[in-house]
Design a protein around this ligand. Structure first.
Ligand code: ZN
Length: 269
């Protein structure tokens, strides 16, 4: 079985969190899913390949190996909705994003609690430890939560999603200067974009983002159409399509890091 979480340590204050690129299913979860669920279609495909450019920042990468259908690492473990009143998927999703049922045997409360212990907790223990390590070394860190999603999902949002969806929990998860620098860098690229639109940052951004303690968290939700050959199986990475997106992400991260560093020495206050 794939590891629940893989940590690749780097010396810089940048931490890339990748909670949804995993496609692996523990045997008992595989057995409980239906045929549709076993396709794990709602995966954040090829995150490591997409973020290969970020090597120059010497980041720490915390990456999940299991599918989000096992348990969603970017949801409140209490089960509270991220977007009350709006359609969203749950801590353990009951359907695909499109609304198709994924379980032959839906998990009960005891099974969800078991998965929280066995699969949710190890990812967050690892992420929390890397945030603490970066803070101990640098006094601050930039937590960049990496996501991607199909650009057309009528059940979740109208029309076509912008390519770049930057989320800071409406300004709460990083210093204002960090968000300003990131959105200004983003605006320099000819890709459709929005800050704190439909996706404002999930539980990871909201839980770990503590700018007053030097932890600046940003979620970047990306339309899959910006780096895949098409938004359908076999979900093939397309290097030429991805290049402008990678160039944009590189400059946005660079700007956010520079702004966060200024914050850390108090010059931005
Ligand atoms: Zn995601």
């Amino acid at each position: 079985m794939t590891d629940i979480v893989t940590v690749t340590r780097g010396p810089s204050p940048l931490i890339l969190s990748m909670p949804h690129p995993g496609t692996d299913l523990p045997p008992e979860v595989h057995a409980a899913l239906n045929e549709r669920g076993r396709l794990v279609e709602d995966t954040d495909w090829h995150m490591r390949e997409l973020y290969a450019f970020a090597e120059r920042f010497q980041p720490t990468i915390v990456e999940a190996g299991l599918s989000r259908y096992v348990i969603d690492l970017n949801r409140d473990p209490s089960g509270a909705s991220l977007y009350p009143g709006q359609a969203t998927t749950e801590l353990v999703p009951t359907t695909t994003f499109d609304g198709a049922p994924i379980w032959a045997t839906p998990p009960d409360e005891a099974e969800i609690a078991r998965r929280r212990e066995a699969y949710f907790q190890p990812y967050h223990d690892a992420l929390a430890a890397e945030i603490a390590r970066a803070k101990a070394t640098h006094g601050w860190c930039l937590l960049w939560d990496c996501h991607s999603i199909k650009s057309v999902i009528p059940r979740l949002f109208p029309g076509t999603l912008p390519t770049l969806n930057l989320g800071t929990n409406s300004g709460a998860s990083c210093a204002p200067a960090v968000e300003t620098a990131a959105t200004a860098a983003m605006a320099g690229h000819a890709l459709t974009q929005i800050a704190n639109g439909r996706f404002k940052g999930g539980w990871i951004t909201r839980h770990y983002g503590r700018p007053q303690d030097g932890v600046h968290a940003i979620q970047m939700e990306i339309a899959l159409s910006a780096y895949l050959a098409k938004e359908a199986p076999p979900w093939r990475f397309d290097a030429a399509t991805a290049r402008p997106l990678q160039t944009a992400l590189d400059s946005i991260i660079d700007a956010a890091l520079a702004a966060a560093m200024v914050q850390s020495v108090g010059l931005g206050r």
